[in-house]
Design a protein around this ligand. Structure first.
Ligand SMILES: NC(=O)C1=CN([C@@H]2O[C@H](COP(=O)(O)OP(=O)(O)OC[C@H]3O[C@@H](n4cnc5c(N)ncnc54)[C@H](O)[C@@H]3O)[C@@H](O)[C@H]2O)C=CC1
Ligand SMILES: Nc1nc(=O)c2c([nH]1)NC[C@@H]1CN(c3ccc(C(=O)N[C@@H](CCC(=O)O)C(=O)O)cc3)CN21
Length: 295
């Protein structure tokens, strides 16, 4: 099923993101996590591909297929292009198709940590164009409420976003952010530019200290004072930091759902406990909003 059709049906979509286990551990290691994530009843689960510029790419297809076939949850396979040539990408797309995957998140990808980009594809829009021309996958893409790290300005970034969407993107997933007002400003600007596809808000529950540096590295997201205070106050108490991180994410999501967000995409970091607590806290709001849609 194309994920686009879920957006057509529902006022607010709720999705989860996982990363594949490292290549040197059995794939079955993630089954317990998936079991628990399925119980949360997400609309779909996405699977990262070499997240953060890493090299563990080969299991995205396998894991997406398991999510769909074994757990009966719709799957979205991430695919990055900066580190691949066209032949490799075509092989991956063929494998995804053979595994009955219907949806791809078309990304440029982080610059590789070691080695140079291959150079066939430098931007996500080129991958979107290729997938659109050669296949029948539903296509999602990424967007950046605070502007992408490498962009000179948010306006310029949104120009590029418009170009990318026009090549055939069905819907967008946002980079993580910790200040909803930045997301709302971005949403207004994007609409002004004539970008009409749904935008899911990417929410990262920050539940351990190690994550913080990584998030800054990957996104350079703005940390509001009240968020910074939580990090400073509880950094040495894992349980307190976890609970505060969950509460912060819940507060963001409550506000987003009350502000007509098209969807919530939760970066679970493969932690089903945290995902479940968040879903328990906001599930009735989602049900309420979705119950309202007529026809
Ligand atoms: N591996 C994964 O699973 C995930 C990775 N990401 C990360 O998101 C980041 C970028 O990916 P995308 O958003 O797909 O890239 P993109 O190609 O849309 O944008 C990347 C950069 O290039 C600029 N740009 C875009 N089109 C341009 C053009 N025509 N001319 C000049 N500059 C242009 C953008 O403003 C931006 O700074 C990467 O860091 C990626 O890895 C995000 C989510 C998941
Ligand atoms: N620039 C960028 N690259 C991405 O891959 C990416 C984004 N942004 N934003 C949205 C999600 C969030 N992603 C993330 C975020 C954090 C980690 C991270 O902290 N990874 C740890 C290892 C986690 C573990 O194995 O437990 C790390 O140290 O890299 C990974 C992917 C993937 N996506």
């Amino acid at each position: 099923m194309k994920i686009k059709s879920i957006f057509d049906e529902k006022e607010v979509v709720f999705s989860l993101e996982v990363f594949p286990p490292r290549a040197d551990v059995p794939i079955e290691n993630i089954y317990q996590t998936l079991e628990e994530l399925k119980d949360i009843d997400p609309d779909y689960i996405s699977v990262t591909y070499g997240a953060g510029g890493g090299v563990h790419k080969n299991r995205t297809c396998e894991l997406s297929s398991i999510i769909k076939e074994k757990y009966k949850v719709e799957a979205l396979a991430h695919l990055t292009c900066i580190n691949s040539d066209q032949r490799t990408l075509n092989k991956i797309l063929a494998r995804l198709k053979a595994k009955n995957i219907d949806n791809v998140l078309a990304l440029r990808g982080d610059k590789p940590v070691d080695g140079d980009p291959l150079g066939d594809y430098n931007y996500a829009y080129q991958l979107v164009e290729h997938i659109k021309q050669q296949t029948n996958f539903g296509i999602a893409a990424a967007c950046y409420p605070e502007g992408h790290l490498e962009t000179e300005s948010l306006d310029q970034d949104i120009e590029y976003l418009k170009q990318k969407v026009d090549y055939g993107v069905d819907y967008l997933i946002s980079q993580m952010f910790f200040d909803n007002s930045l997301f709302y400003k971005f949403r207004d600007k994007v609409e002004e530019k004539g970008i009409n596809v749904p935008i899911e808000a990417g929410i990262m529950p920050v539940i351990n200290k190690k994550q913080v540096g990584r998030i800054i590295e990957l996104s350079d997201a703005y940390f509001p004072d009240k968020f910074q205070k939580i990090l400073d106050k509880y950094e040495d108490n894992p349980e307190a930091l976890r609970d505060a991180g969950i509460a912060y994410a819940v507060e963001q999501i409550v506000d987003l759902i009350s502000s007509e967000v098209d969807g919530i995409h939760l970066y679970t970091m493969n932690n089903p406990y945290v995902a479940r607590r968040i879903k328990e806290a906001v599930g009735s709001l989602i049900t309420h909003i979705n119950g309202k849609k007529v026809g």
